[in-house]
Design a protein around this ligand. Structure first.
Ligand SMILES: Nc1ncnc2c1ncn2[C@@H]1O[C@H](COP(=O)(O)OP(=O)(O)OP(=O)(O)O)[C@@H](O)[C@H]1O
Ligand SMILES: [Zn+2]
Length: 511
């Protein structure tokens, strides 16, 4: 079996990955707080852990991997956004606005992440559906002496857990000195963090032994991962911005609530999407949403291609390196997809190149995997290229067809440019030759643009085209010359392929 090696933030080194149970490999990734469209930074953990999910499914089998990513649908940021809407004239109750806001944001999130080719996790729990489990866990922590109730709040007693700070490598005293910790009269220690807090009448709230209130953010992940994956599981992921305090707090809660288990075995953190050296974030206002970017790209390429372009740009940077979005990277990704599409023309079968799996198994070296794909394209191994690209969530049937058609169009464009250049140089013989050769194949040049009109090519030329087609197209068309002409031009994919074929042939003749 392929050995996967992953950089474990917990040990600060690359380690061989061995699941607790190879029949049920379990991964939890911190999901979004749902009150706004996801920005490009929020998409990074989604695509990074999607690649890991695909790799785990490949190595251990699809049925043997469970991936959980939560939705935080109860949070002060959500309440604040809902209040803003109320102040803006929304007459619904705060709870109604929050329900509609979180539902809508989850729908947007799904649409945007689907567009980036990310598989949906096996479970996408909403925090509000696991309040009972959160209350039980908090009560357990109080019973064990790790938490205390004060003024309607429940706080985690950080000093009761000597391991606190181990993941991020900080001591509690350093943390107090360096962090913006909230000092509050009900806290015994400034580092203690909230497990439960009181809700006002109009705020979302649930009954609890400590009065009507709502959970703190950190306990949500501890309770949901425990409910869906058990007290110990294999991989916990999220952005590096969550390592402290969120993940540190998750560990403290989970390990104190379930002292016999080890919570998450491997911790994986993706680096940040940056804008001019700073983390892309809502609070800094330096963000653009995935939707904005898709809309922008869709001005010059079809939607499906836009999604794959973003995906390819994002996975190409190693997940532990910061990355910027650049227009140049988008252009390069678009050209790469087109190149791969051409190299997989007429390809039916698919196989995954083992070198791609090996590269990904080395702490998700996607760059290395892409180098292999480019090599396959250069060597004309379309089958392994298609299988491997599909494995990375790229080159879907639709994108392949679109990109191939675009290639065909580019080939024709090249000819038109050559012809225009010839005319400019007053090389009318060459210009005429290009027009004539295209005309021979039934492609007429009209006013600088190429259009396919009623063809007048001979049967042997049709045969040539037919021979270049995949077997089932060939079978449909061979020996039916008299019917070929109308069929070819009724069939968009065929006509694109045909144009590409002709253009390449004529280009070859001119060389
Ligand atoms: N710039 C970024 N680059 C990479 N990952 C990010 C970035 N910003 C947030 N994330 C990740 O997105 C996921 C969702 O986080 P969440 O919804 O809490 O975003 P957020 O922290 O509210 O965003 P912001 O920091 O802009 O307010 C987390 O795993 C987080 O680490
Ligand atoms: Zn979390």
């Amino acid at each position: 079996m392929t050995e996967i090696r992953l950089h474990n933030s917990r040990t600060r080194r690359k380690q061989p990955f061995a699941p607790l149970d190879a029949q049920d490999v379990r991964m939890y990734v911190c999901g979004p707080t749902v009150y706004d469209r996801a920005h490009l930074g929020n998409a990074r953990p989604v695509v990074v852990f999607d690649v890991l999910y695909r790799l785990l499914r490949h190595v251990y089998g699809k049925k043997h991997v469970t991936y959980v990513r939560n939705f935080t649908d109860v949070d002060d940021k959500i309440n604040a956004r809902a209040r803003m809407l109320q102040e803006g004239g929304d007459t619904r109750s705060l709870n109604e606005i929050i329900r509609a806001l979180t539902d809508e944001t989850i729908d947007w999130y799904h649409a945007d992440m689907d567009a980036l080719g990310a598989l949906r996790p096996n479970h996408e729990p909403r925090a509000t559906e696991f309040i009972v489990q959160m209350v039980a866990m908090i009560q357990g922590l109080i019973d064990k002496g790790h938490a205390y109730a004060a003024e309607g709040h429940v706080l985690f007693d950080v000093r009761s857990y000597p391991e606190y700070g181990k993941l991020s490598g900080r001591s509690v005293d350093d943390m107090i000195a360096g962090a913006r910790v909230e000092v509050a009269p009900y806290k015994r220690d400034p580092m203690d963090f909230v497990l439960w807090k009181p809700s006002s009448v109009e705020e979302p709230g649930w009954d609890s032994p400590w009065g009507r209130g709502r959970p703190g953010w950190h306990i949500e992940c501890s309770a949901m991962s425990h409910e869906l994956l058990g007290p110990a599981f294999d991989i916990h992921g999220g952005g590096i911005d969550l390592q402290f305090p969120h993940h540190e707090n998750e560990i403290a809660q989970s390990c104190c609530a379930h002292p016999d288990a080890d919570f998450a075995n491997f911790w994986l953190h993706n680096e940040m999407v940056q804008v001019e050296g700073k983390k892309m974030s809502k609070s800094l206002g330096n963000f653009f949403t995935v939707r904005d970017l898709l809309d922008e790209l869709e001005k010059r390429m079809p939607k499906r291609v836009a999604g794959e372009v973003i995906r390819l740009v994002m996975i190409k940077s190693h997940y532990r390196q910061p990355m910027d979005w650049t227009e140049a990277a988008a252009k390069e990704a678009e050209a790469t997809l087109r190149k791969w599409a051409r190299a997989t023309e007429n390809v039916q079968s698919e196989k995954i190149d083992q070198r791609v799996i090996d590269a990904l198994s080395d702490d998700l070296n996607v760059w290395g995997a892409i180098t292999v794909l480019n090599e396959l394209a250069a060597n004309g191994d379309g089958s392994a290229l298609l299988g491997s690209a599909r494995f990375l969530g790229l080159l879907s049937e639709e994108v392949r067809a679109i990109s191939q058609a675009t290639e065909a169009y580019f080939d024709l464009q090249k000819l038109l440019i050559l012809r225009a250049e010839a005319r400019k140089e007053k090389n009318f013989a060459r210009a005429d030759l290009i027009r004539k050769r295209l005309d021979d194949f039934g492609i007429q040049l009209v006013d600088q643009s190429a259009t396919v009109t009623a063809p007048k090519f001979e049967v042997f030329k049709i045969e040539e085209v037919i021979q270049s087609l995949p077997p089932e197209d060939k079978e449909n068309l061979l020996g039916q010359e008299e019917y070929v002409v109308p069929r070819i031009f009724n069939n968009k994919a065929f006509s694109d392929r045909y144009q590409s074929f002709v253009a390449r042939k004529v280009l070859g003749e001119l060389e």
